[in-house]
Ligand binder design. Structure first.
Ligand code: ADP
Ligand code: ZN
Ligand code: ZN
Length: 746
């Protein structure tokens, strides 16, 4: 008699229906014990008459919540070919647990919705002219100022065949424009069958760059550990400034994966993925590269994923959602610009791409390689603690120097009677830069928050006495904390220095544009912010124009920090570092440091030295000092000190419980109950519960928003409390009209 304990499996039956969160319990027969795991595809008896149906196992345990005598046996395991979707189902189960959402939401995130659309034919654009004729055509088009057509023709002269998706998405050419050029005999638009002819987008293998010694060492180390098995997963971080050669290392590693018949996922923030970078991947891997982006329809994304699961693609490049490409044999996941907030989903589940990537890598025995000039504190903390292997690339290949930085004290400027946003030093430098015919970028880090209140005399912002984040000024004249709900009226005098110069701080790109126009009426100015860029196309179009030196000055929010090479930019001005520093968020110093470091990376290239001017009311702040010195290590030390004292991640865990609903009074009441329940639960295990408080944006489209924060040193304790809250909400009818979203902060 076999006396071993019984095993049970959670099984979802139909992954294309809406009842995705219905999980059924089945007993695992003795002979299948070793082969059933999360992600297994099984057949089970189901419904009336025990019809045999296909199901996916989402979890395995030694207990069942149901009467063991009534739980049925799994009928069989399907091994008919490998099913990449099964891995993703297992991953969804993990995400459900980690982030608190329904199984249906998790599954919808990892499995694209099936849509029966006609698969679109891939198109390729091919140059039809000789180089000489092309040059002549280019001259003619220049005279007519046909900028878009010139852009395409130049690209084709360098690369005679280009995939249509790149021409459309990265060169911003419409099909009508391409057709017009085809009619004039300049190019040909080839369909799939035609371009699969000999010398199409095949990998050209044209002399890949020779890696520097440092790049070689990173690549060799990771390759030498390729077959190692570890419980923590194989994780690497390349800490290197923009242009230090990280992408070259990724390409080398992906080539290794391809040699081993494995596939690669490359996450790059959409704005940061330039035409040049994308072409480097295409030149190396040909049309085995596929690109997804946020404007694809559900059907198009589904097609791309189908191609990947059929093995027609080796490398998938894209934003966050590319992480769920159903590759049959995943070898490597790359996350470039790892610190980017865009890698945190604002939907449900509110997942972090790097955490999910690590989990997927562990499950599929792949490796995770992250890169950044300013790694998130979370990742660097993991590196310091030995979970992530850290490499640094401190220099740019060649001899490019880092720009010179200078901090301008705006309090001084104020005392001297200059109340504008452009200091006298910045103005001088701008004059000189313009007279040399070089370009300028001016940044303002404005996020959609209510203004904070600060002292123009000593520079201090007013903070919450409980949470150490800035208070936000509201229309009713009171200042509020968006973490704990504390509020107070604006004081008459500054609590730090006694001056009467307390003001709310607001500054926008439009205001800067006006001031710039007044100071430099002859300069051509471009502005980029939420108002000037409705779609992503306009966004990159402005950057392309500036990159092509169609303007002297570019003014924008942090969105202009990324992507594109600006060889002529030699002056960067950060107009009010305080705007990000005093955002009502515990990560404000980290965001400020990142902004300064990334912005500084835009100034100057090998042949032209650059200059960065940082304007602030708080020149001694470590994020500004370290940013100006490009000193990540000391920033990390000081910021970790603050996080540890205040119990903020990565020193401790925080879960935000975000509640929203159409009826303000009702929402407040419900959040009150939820908060009280959380306090009762949390009291025993020392979880602190903050709030409920209004969100920084307390109302969006007639929906009111409140938040409760749960804080504890151990994320597992918080996860436990969150599960209890989920159950409480589930059984209380009173929460029906309220939407609740859980978010793990990091
Ligand atoms: P990052 O990803 O860190 O921004 P890249 O890999 O894009 O850096 O490299 C920046 C530039 O330097 C690119 O134009 C790249 O082609 C070039 N480059 C990188 N590594 C080398 C190398 N070993 N030899 C020559 N050029 C290199
Ligand atoms: Zn003061
Ligand atoms: Zn507070």
């Amino acid at each position: 008699m076999n006396t071993e304990e019984k095993r049970y499996a959670d099984v979802i039956i139909d992954i294309s229906s809406d009842k995705l969160d219905r999980v059924f319990s089945y007993h695992i027969p003795e002979n299948m014990k070793d082969s059933v795991a999360p992600g297994s595809v099984v057949t089970v008896p189901f419904g009336k008459g025990d019809r045999c149906v296909r199901g996916y196992v989402t979890g395995v345990s030694s207990a069942t919540l149901y009467d063991p005598d009534k739980v049925k046996d799994i009928a069989g395991i399907l091994t008919d070919g490998f099913d990449p979707k099964a891995n993703l189902v297992g991953l969804a189960a993990w995400m459900r647990e980690r982030y608190g959402c329904t199984m249906a939401q998790a599954l919808r995130t990892v499995l694209p919705v099936k849509r029966s659309v006609q698969e679109k034919e891939k198109k390729t654009i091919a140059l039809s002219l000789s180089q000489d004729d092309a040059s002549a055509a280019l001259r003619e088009m220049r005279k007519k100022h046909q900028n878009a057509r010139c852009r395409l023709l130049e690209a084709l002269m360098a690369e005679p065949q280009l995939p249509w998706e790149i021409v459309r998405d990265k060169l911003h050419i419409t099909l009508a424009q391409a057709r017009a050029m085809e009619e004039r005999g300049i190019l040909k638009i080839l369909s799939e069958r035609e371009y699969r002819s000999p010398r199409a987008m095949q990998a050209q293998n044209d002399q890949p760059v020779t890696l520097t010694e440092q790049q070689r060492e990173i690549a060799d180390t990771i390759i030498s550990e390729w077959d190692r098995e570890t419980a923590d997963g194989l994780q690497y971080l390349i800490h290197g400034i923009t242009g230090s050669g990280k992408t070259e290392v990724y390409i080398e590693l992906i080539a290794e994966a391809v040699r081993r018949h494995q596939q690669a996922i490359v996450l790059i923030p959409e704005i940061a993925l330039t035409y040049q970078t994308l072409m480097r991947f295409y030149r190396r891997f040909g049309d085995r590269v596929s690109l997804i982006h946020s404007r694809l329809s559900a059907g198009e994304r589904y097609d791309q994923f189908e191609r990947a699961s059929r093995g027609e693609v080796d490398v998938m490049i894209g934003p966050r959602s590319a992480l769920f490409t159903p590759f049959p044999n995943l070898g490597i996941i790359v996350i470039d610009e790892e610190h980017e907030p865009a890698y945190i989903s604002e939907g449900s589940p509110g997942y972090h791409a790097s955490e999910v990537a690590l989990e997927r890598a562990k499950r599929e025995k792949a490796r995770l390689v992250m890169g950044s000039a300013t790694p998130s504190l979370q990742t660097y903390y993991a590196a310091r603690n030995g979970f992530v292997r850290l490499f640094t690339l401190p220099q740019r290949p060649g001899s490019a120097r880092l720009p010179e930085t200078e901090i301008v004290d705006l309090r001084e400027e104020m005392r001297e009677g200059n109340g504008t946003l452009i200091s006298r030093r910045l103005r001088e430098e701008m004059e000189q830069t313009l007279s040399r015919g070089e370009q300028i970028m001016l940044f303002i880090n404005r996020r959609g928050y209510a203004g904070f209140v600060s002292c123009r005399s000593c520079g201090k912002a007013l903070k919450c006495p409980h949470c150490d984040v800035s208070l936000s000024l509201h229309n009713n004249g009171r200042m509020m904390c968006h973490y704990c709900g504390y509020s107070e009226p604006v004081p008459k005098i500054c609590p730090s220095c006694g001056s009467g110069f307390l003001r709310s701080f607001r500054a926008g790109t439009q205001q800067i544009e006006e001031e710039t126009a007044k100071l430099f009426p002859q300069a051509k100015v471009l502005r980029m912010d939420m108002d000037t860029t409705r779609g992503k196309d306009e966004h990159t179009a402005i950057l392309s124009a500036f990159s092509g030196h169609e303007a002297d000055i570019l003014i924008g929010t942090q969105m202009i920090v990324k992507g594109h090479d600006f060889p002529d930019v030699t002056l960067v001005g950060i107009l009010a570092a305080d705007l990000s520093l005093n955002a009502p968020d515990y990560r404000s110093a980290e965001r400020t440091f990142q902004l300064i470091t990334q912005a500084a990376g835009r100034a100057g290239r090998a042949d032209k030295p650059g200059k960065v001017i940082i304007q602030t009311y708080d020149p001694e702040h470590y994020s500004i000092q370290c940013g100006a010195a490009q000193d990540y290590e000391s920033f990390y030390e000081q910021e970790m000190g603050f996080r540890s004292l205040a119990g903020y991640p990565p020193a401790g865990g925080i879960i935000a419980v975000r509640c929203s609903g159409p009826d303000q009074e009702y929402l407040e009441k419900a959040c009150g109950y939820l908060g009280a329940f959380a306090r009762r639960l949390g009291g025993r295990c020392m979880v602190s519960v903050l709030g409920p408080a209004d969100e920084p944006i307390a109302k969006i489209q007639d929906t009111y928003r409140k938040v409760i924060y749960l804080k504890h040193g151990d994320m597992n304790v918080l996860t436990h409390i969150r599960e209890k809250l989920e159950q409480y909400v589930e059984i209380n009818e009173g929460f029906r009209t309220i939407t609740i979203r859980y978010e793990n902060l990091a």
